[in-house]
Design a protein around this ligand. Structure first.
Ligand code: 13P
Ligand code: SF4
Length: 389
């Protein structure tokens, strides 16, 4: 562990360490049929190992970088959303893909894998609040209003991976593309070769950060579509002059980092490098030294010189793991308080053991499937992403 690691303090809103047995009734077994092992079971690690050994190559376990250490140790591959989508698509031999991540990632894996492969999400309550901020009826209404305003014809829809399969299907049906935090720039380049404007779903921050900091747009060229207001709260003139129409969605975890957090750490630690995820607010990303996906954050830290200091603005499980892996560097969490993604954290070792043991017993638990028509269009938008130059 980085010698200077300081554990952020807990807050009433940010604890969210679920499945630890502190509230057995509310925390355990959410949408999780069957016998979930007790978190206190001392044999959990041995049980996970044994189940994985029994299943062999028939199972492929994917782990997103925000997963807990107790889970990530059993991942066959770890990655950001892009790498995990690529890897899921590249394992046609595995009968079961156990996705230690959140629901939209498991849906994408189901879309990208063959029909005979089954995708399992160890806890169905592992969703993503950002993905939930864009529902298909809202997006269809928005598209209809853009059509009436005469701008849909010049607009290409682009959705962040962090969206439901329905939204990816909508984007595929309307000639658009999916992107992740590691290829948003290339996805926007692709879109602007095909249209004058982009409707960017559902993360306003990734959209704005990429458009302004990478494509050189002005903030005035980015407008915010509020799905709860008529015509998104925008005038026809605003829509006509916009280059990018940002959906009013955000990540509550990354929304916790503020310009004050950046200034405070710069005052406290002279020479510190600030490294953040592009889901952070625009002013935070602008004030940071480096920005990138979880995979890039890992790469930047692994290449950083010994003795350098890094304040990292992304989910805490990953930042703590990085501090552990780089004892020769000063790695700190950008905020003073705990900042877990509560839904990523729902996948704990008891849920993983339960899912693997169910597979051993011949049952497929918590299978994630996407309806065929939606999957067909979503796949075209995902394939387009995988084919980006
Ligand atoms: P990455 O694709 O960078 O791993 O991000 C996924 C995510 O959900 C970040 O909040
Ligand atoms: Fe969704 Fe934010 Fe969690 Fe990522 S960190 S899965 S965007 S809620």
């Amino acid at each position: 562990m980085s010698a200077t690691w300081v554990e952020p303090s807990g807050t009433a809103t940010a604890l969210l360490l679920l499945g630890r047995g502190s509230d057995a009734d509310s925390e355990r077994g959410v949408d999780c049929p069957g016998e979930l092992p007790a978190p206190s079971d001392p044999d959990l690690v041995a049980r996970a190992r044994a189940a994985k050994a029994t299943l062999g190559d028939r199972v492929f376990v994917l782990g997103h970088h925000y997963q807990r250490d107790e889970v990530i140790q059993f991942a066959d591959v770890t990655g950001d959303s892009f790498k995990l989508a690529q890897r899921a698509a590249a394992r046609p031999d595995a009968e079961w893909i156990v996705f230690c991540g959140v629901h939209f990632m498991a849906e994408s894996a189901d879309i990208l894998t063959a029909d005979h492969q089954q995708v399992v999400l160890p806890d169905l309550a592992a969703g993503c609040s950002m993905a939930d901020m864009a529902a298909l009826p809202q997006v269809e209404t928005a598209w209809q209003q853009l059509t009436e305003a005469g701008v849909a014809g010049q607009t290409v829809p682009v959705t962040y991976m962090n969206s439901s399969a329905d939204i990816k299907g909508f984007v595929g049906r309307n000639g658009g593309v999916v992107c992740t935090s590691s290829n948003a720039r290339r996805a926007l380049d692709w879109a602007y070769e095909r249209g004058e404007k982009v409707l960017f779903l559902p993360d306003q921050h990734l959209g704005r950060n990429t458009a302004v900091l990478e494509l050189g747009f002005t903030l005035d060229e980015c407008v915010l579509w509020d799905p709860h207001k008529p015509q998104g709260g925008l005038t026809e003139a605003q829509l006509r002059q916009a280059r990018i129409i940002l959906w009013r969605g955000h990540c509550s975890v990354h929304g916790r980092f503020t310009l004050d957090s950046v200034q405070e750490v710069r005052d406290r630690v002279p020479g510190v490098n600030v490294l953040v995820h592009p889901e952070c607010r625009h002013e935070v990303v602008t004030a940071a030294d480096e920005v990138g996906s979880t995979e890039k954050i890992i790469k930047v830290l692994s290449e950083a010189p010994a003795g350098s200091a890094w304040a990292v603005g992304t989910e805490l499980n990953l930042v703590r793991r990085l501090a552990h892996q780089h004892p020769d560097k000063q790695v700190m969490f950008l905020d003073k308080t705990v900042c877990y993604c509560s839904t990523m954290n729902r996948i704990d070792l008891p849920h993983l053991v339960w899912a693997l043991e169910e597979l051993v017993a011949g049952r497929v638990p918590n299978r994630i499937t996407v309806e065929a028509d939606t999957a067909r269009y979503a796949r075209s938008a995902l394939d387009q992403m995988l084919a980006l130059p």
